[in-house]
Write a new protein. Structure first.
Length: 142
């Protein structure tokens, strides 16, 4: 578990330092409140736990609100809520996350991809990595 947390933290730091991403469940999500959708800038985010549980958000007015909502949802869904980490966010875009698991079913590695459409985001998440697409999302765009 310590190796996972170290790898997770290093990957998160690298991603957040250079790339704006967002992800949400392929299972779909409820639309954001109308007040969140006014204007032309929409943020989304994803949080991921060591057991593969995730939380997502989309169509929030601020990056921080989207990150916090995703983190809270991850903690509610995971058997290991303390391992939930805010892993990425996007603005007016689509994103996806590809995940690899160990033999016990815990996440060992993951990769993000993003683009103007869902297929582009998924292709980027799998590029030179493989893995299983765990989550995807597209924010509402003007």
């Amino acid at each position: 578990m310590t190796t996972f947390r170290t790898t997770f933290a290093l990957t998160v730091a690298a991603v957040l330092a250079g790339v704006s991403l967002t992800f949400a469940s392929s299972a779909g999500a409820a639309p954001a409140e109308e007040s969140q959708r006014t204007g032309g800038v929409y943020f989304g985010a994803i949080a991921l736990a060591s057991d593969g549980a995730f939380g997502y958000s989309f169509d929030f007015r601020t990056k921080q609100a989207a990150l916090n909502a995703a983190h809270q949802r991850c903690r509610q869904r995971s058997d290991y809520p303390g391992t939930c980490t805010k892993v990425g966010w996007v603005r007016n875009a689509c994103g996806a996350v590809s995940v690899k698991y160990d033999r016990q079913g815990f996440v060992t590695r993951y990769k993000f991809g993003w683009g103007a459409t869902k297929p582009i985001a998924i292709a980027q998440a799998r590029r030179n990595f493989g893995g299983k697409i765990r989550a995807w999302v597209c924010t509402t765009r003007p």
